[in-house]
Design a protein around this ligand. Structure first.
Ligand SMILES: Cc1ncc(C[n+]2csc(CCOP(=O)(O)OP(=O)(O)O)c2C)c(N)n1
Ligand SMILES: [Mg+2]
Length: 321
């Protein structure tokens, strides 16, 4: 991978992390009145996705969807304003963190209901097939979502109708406080199960950005050339509590040792170090990228804070339409 590509990956990862760190920092002020599910620690796959997908293709995501929205090119100001419940938000302040959408880049939505966006993503692929648009539909999901019935219905439908869907499962080993070991039989592979349903699959270690890039690029090419669905499973790890701005390693469902071990595998930190060691000029370039991003993030929070709340007269707009 060239240095330019690596620097771009660094930029993508740093931007996503800076946004979510700022959300975590401001959250205790009590102005964001919706739950937030942060994906700090999981930035590598969204960053790789950002490099490989443009705005023409569709994407949908989950309750933990900030990174996917940003990776697809979703408007940052509109996302932060949405989390602040402001009328300038991407869902006009009515949806909050779990209802992100930016139609201008075909980011078609996220949902608070686990598994809910999967059939929507498959339906978008059906629309692309019927209209012969050559778009593909990318469906982000967690390991927990593969335990929902609708996941199997959707995968089956995508296989039978040969739809251009790229499923991207970010397996962060947990569903809320339940590890995979108490939810699925020992030794079962999610990807192998999906392969048995008729899909091509690939599995990767999400924090290896170079191999993840290659795996995802190959999968996107396959979906585009065959028009058929493909399932990707990447291992990753969330640092913060399941829902909220804090940490929850003390409540007993995972150990501090496990958490610290995953921190050493942080793709952002590791890439930062690798790039700095690669040339003496790199430090300045990376510092410049960081300060530009920090300014952009600060301005997004100012935009959100200074935006108006939706008027009461709009309270039921779109609800019973
Ligand atoms: C249908 C449904 N069941 C349960 C929940 C509660 N819930 C919210 S997030 C979550 C965990 C989902 O785990 P996973 O898909 O692995 O995503 P992660 O949170 O790890 O990113 C659960 C069970 C929900 N929101 N919707
Ligand atoms: Mg999970």
């Amino acid at each position: 991978m060239t240095n330019d590509l690596l620097i771009d990956l660094f930029r993508q990862m740093y931007r996503i992390r800076a946004v979510e760190e700022a959300i975590a920092q401001h959250y205790p002020e009590g102005k964001m009145r919706c739950p937030v599910h942060l994906s700090i620690g999981q930035e590598s796959i969204p960053a790789v996705f950002a490099q490989l997908i443009g705005s023409a293709d569709f994407a949908v995501s989950t309750h933990r969807g900030h990174a996917h929205y940003l990776a697809k090119g979703g408007n940052l100001n509109a996302m932060i304003a949405e989390i602040y419940g402001k009328s300038t938000g991407c869902a006009r302040g009515k949806g909050g963190s779990m209802h992100l959408i930016d139609l201008s880049v075909n980011f078609m939505g996220t949902s608070a209901i686990v598994g809910n966006s999967i059939p929507i993503g498959v339906g978008l692929a059906l629309s692309a097939q019927l209209k012969r648009t050559n778009q593909i539909s990318c469906v982000f999901l967690g390991d927990g979502a593969t335990e929902e019935g609708v996941f199997y219905e959707s995968v089956n439908f995508a296989a039978v109708r040969k739809l251009p869907v790229l499923f991207i499962c970010e397996n962060n080993l947990y569903s809320v406080y339940s590890p995979l070991s108490v939810r699925q039989p020992k030794g079962r592979s999610i990807a192998n199960m999906v392969e048995a349903m008729g899909l091509e699959i690939a599995v990767g270690y999400g924090h290896d950005i170079v191999s993840s890039h290659e795996i995802m690029k190959n999968a996107i090419d396959r979906v585009r050339s065959t028009g058929a669905p493909f399932f990707l499973e990447f291992t990753t790890y969330r640092w913060r509590e399941h829902c909220g701005h804090g940490f929850d390693n003390d409540i007993g469902y995972r150990t501090q040792e496990e958490f610290l071990e995953w921190q050493t595998k942080d793709p952002l930190n590791n890439l930062d170090q690798q790039l700095r060691e690669s040339s003496s000029h790199m430090k300045n370039s990376l510092d410049k990228i960081k300060s530009e991003i920090e300014l952009e993030v600060e301005q997004a929070f100012e935009f959100a804070e200074s935006s108006p709340f939706p008027p009461q007269s709009e309270a039921y707009d779109g609800v019973y339409a």
